[in-house]
Design a binder for this molecule. Structure first.
Ligand SMILES: [Fe+2]
Length: 173
C-alpha cells in the first residue's frame, strides 16, 4: 500500500476506535437503566442483560486494540456522541409507551453500531490489521445478532404492550 495512505489511515483508524469506545459506553448508559426499569417484559430484560455483557467484552476488545496502537485508554475521554444524543435522551424518558420507544431507539442504536464496526473493518482491512479484523468481526456479529433480535421482536413486543394496556396492567415497562 501507498505509505502516505497507510500512515494517514492508521490515524483515522485510531480515531474510529476511540469513537467506538465512546459509543459502547453510551450503549451501556442507555441499556442499563432500561434493564433496571423493566417489569413485564422478561424476554427483553434477558436479551438486554446478555447484550450488556457483550458490550463489556466489546469495550475490552477496543481497549486491547487501542493499546496495540499505542494509544493509552486511561487518557481516553469519552465524550457524548452528539449524533446519538437525541436517541439516547429518548431512551431515558419514561413515557407512557416507554417499552416501545426504547425498543425503537435500541434498534436505531444497534444499526448505528453495525455501521461503525463496518467502517472500522474497512480501515483495518486497508491497513492489513489482522488481529483487529478478527476482534472487530466478533463485535460486529454481536451487534448484528442484537439488531436481528430487535427486528424480529418489535412486532411481538408491540402486541404484548397492546394486550397489557387493554387489560389495565402496567404496560409501559
Ligand atoms: Fe450493541
Amino acid at each position: 500500500m501507498d505509505q502516505g495512505l497507510a500512515a494517514d489511515t492508521r490515524s483515522l483508524f485510531v480515531t474510529g476506535l476511540r469513537n467506538a469506545h465512546a459509543m459502547e459506553n453510551e450503549a451501556l448508559s442507555i441499556m442499563t437503566p432500561q434493564l433496571e426499569r423493566i417489569r413485564n417484559y422478561p424476554q427483553v430484560a434477558d436479551r438486554l442483560r446478555q447484550h450488556i455483557d457483550e458490550t463489556h467484552a466489546q469495550i475490552g476488545r477496543l481497549d486491547r486494540l487501542l493499546q496495540s496502537m499505542r494509544e493509552s485508554t486511561s487518557a481516553l475521554k469519552d465524550t457524548a456522541l452528539s449524533i446519538m444524543g437525541s436517541v439516547a435522551a429518548l431512551g431515558h424518558t419514561p413515557a407512557s409507551d416507554e417499552i416501545l420507544k426504547n425498543s425503537l431507539a435500541n434498534f436505531a442504536f444497534e444499526n448505528y453500531e453495525i455501521a461503525a464496526y463496518k467502517s472500522l473493518l474497512a480501515m483495518a482491512e486497508l491497513g492489513a490489521e489482522g488481529e483487529a479484523t478478527e476482534l472487530l468481526r466478533q463485535s460486529l456479529a454481536e451487534e448484528q445478532a442484537m439488531a436481528r433480535w430487535l427486528d424480529e421482536n418489535i412486532g411481538p413486543i408491540t402486541l404484548q404492550y397492546a394486550r397489557l394496556h387493554a387489560s389495565g396492567v402496567e404496560a409501559k415497562r
